[in-house]
Design a binder for this molecule. Structure first.
Ligand SMILES: C[S@@+](CC[C@H](N)C(=O)[O-])C[C@H]1O[C@@H](n2cnc3c(N)ncnc32)[C@H](O)[C@@H]1O
Length: 313
């Protein structure tokens, strides 16, 4: 046994004859993503998950783009994202139209239409239901408790690992499956001729079901030193659904680095781009740009008790 110095690890002793570690990289880049994206390799990213600056908002912290100029501002960036995404990859865009002069602005709808012209497929829309949105009252609308999570792809054949996000089937199954009718035992085809049908009896004995396209997640704002973080559970859910360990995840509007931190915890490689030095520095110091993953099944190792040990994902 000897300390495996080649990988910079001094906290664990390894057998010499085996390659027990896998490298996980987090690249933290400073600059305008419109320019920085040009330096990335084409077709190299498996998942883009990001929350760009919202139109006009938070001008005190990082400026804001006028709603009428939003599409014009964003399209050159989505053109670059189209280049760096693999044909099997997915782009998840967290966005919400703001209210201007008492009306919802149409920039998100316009953006979708323009992105389709660029070559993107608008595959799906998920809803992020903010479980803990703050109370309030407006004269002509209720409080906003959801945001869009738009899914874009380059091709109809993209990687998707649906089993990774299955949910407990829930209590409805216990009561619903207790007394099955005759219809429940055979396939019940849709009466509107859609071609869809269901056989309730298929659910007997199953304890997991596929989720819906509504994600119920609480916002997380405390102690993040950034005004617009999304909850860790958000990028985590999409990483489970669209990537495997060792895949590459990109957040071109990195902010406090939520996507990068989650990617590292989930053993995905990641790239984060941030225009503001303050946020860049904050994430850079919070993330290990190289992590070494122990391949537990293959390695024989024992903790080196004399050294300070560092968490390894
Ligand atoms: C909504 S926040 C992202 C928050 C992030 N999801 C998190 O959890 O912390 C958007 C971030 O994009 C950054 N930003 C704005 N314009 C940018 C650009 N052109 N290139 C790179 N970053 C930019 C802002 O400074 C801000 O930190």
């Amino acid at each position: 046994m000897e300390v495996y110095k080649a990988y910079g690890r001094t906290d664990v002793a390894y057998r010499r004859d085996i390659q027990p570690v896998k490298e996980i990289t987090a690249k933290i880049l400073l600059g305008d993503c419109k320019k920085v994206l040009k330096t990335l390799e084409d077709n190299s990213v498996d998942l883009i998950v990001t929350s760009p600056p919202y139109a006009d908002s938070r001008s005190a912290t990082y400026g804001g783009i006028k709603p009428d100029k939003y599409v014009e501002w964003f399209l050159p960036i989505t053109a670059e994202l189209l280049c760096v995404l693999k044909p099997s990859g997915t782009f998840i865009l967290n966005i919400k139209e703001k209210v201007v002069d008492g009306e919802r602005h149409t920039y998100v709808i316009e953006l979708i239409l323009e992105m389709r012209k660029q070559g993107w497929l608008w595959t799906e829309e998920f809803i992020w239901h903010k479980k803990n949105c703050y109370p309030g009252k407006w004269p002509n609308r209720f409080r906003d408790s959801w945001e869009r999570l738009l899914q874009f792809n380059k091709s109809k054949q993209f990687n998707m690992y649906q089993e990774e996000v299955m949910v407990p089937v829930g209590d409805w199954a216990k009561t619903r499956l207790k007394n099955l009718s005759e219809t429940d035992l055979k396939r019940d085809n849709s009466r509107v001729g859609s071609g869809f049908g269901k056989k309730i009896a298929n659910w007997i004995g199953r304890n997991k079901a596929y989720p819906t396209n509504v994600l119920r997640l609480a916002t997380e704002c405390a102690n993040k030193n950034h005004s617009a973080v999304f909850p860790e559970a958000l990028p985590e859910w999409f990483m489970k659904l669209f990537t495997r360990e060792g895949d590459w995840v990109l957040d071109p509007f990195m902010g406090s680095g939520t996507t990068v931190k989650v990617a590292q915890r989930m053993m995905r490689n990641s790239i984060g781009i941030e225009i503001l030095k303050e946020y860049y520095d904050m994430t850079k110091s919070a993330v290990n740009e190289k992590e070494y993953l122990l391949l537990e099944g293959q390695a024989e190792y024992e903790p080196n008790r004399n050294k300070r040990s560092r968490k390894v994902c």
